[in-house]
Design a protein around this ligand. Sequence first.
Ligand SMILES: C[S@@+](CC[C@H](N)C(=O)[O-])C[C@H]1O[C@@H](n2cnc3c(N)ncnc32)[C@H](O)[C@@H]1O
Length: 138
Amino acid sequence: MLCCFTFIHACRLQKLEKDAVKYWNNFYKNNTNHFFKDRHYLHREIPEISQISNYCKERGLPSPVLLEVGSGVGNAIFPLIEDVPYLKVKTMDCSRYAVEEVLKKSPQYSPNWCEAHVCDIATQEFVRYRPYVDNTDV
Ligand SMILES: C[S@@+](CC[C@H](N)C(=O)[O-])C[C@H]1O[C@@H](n2cnc3c(N)ncnc32)[C@H](O)[C@@H]1O
């Protein structure tokens, strides 16, 4: 019985991994931006982000750039940019629907401070974004 359960579980796991992007797309089509709550605690949990941003601002340096991999529809970056206004953000997510249909169409989104791309970092596709990833501060 245990063997049978383990076998089924392994198959299911394989399918979930293989079709992960499809599942994430379906997830965001069903939930858009109503599932995850805005993470208004990040600037307190990671005070270094504000510190770096303030440091740059006070010295007239360019805005520091934060990279978020797995940004979804922006529940982390939208609150962060509100709480740390001098910050710029680059994001990547494997769900095209989340990035193109929700995040980039959100009234909070602006290309002035955010650059967002669709990319599954578990694939070779990631190599193409290497320069984009390297050119970040946090
Ligand atoms: C738990 S959600 C977090 C969303 C957002 N960061 C937040 O704070 O609410 C995880 C996100 O990671 C993305 N993701 C999962 N695997 C990924 C991969 N291999 N490459 C890029 N994004 C991925 C999913 O599409 C999903 O949006």
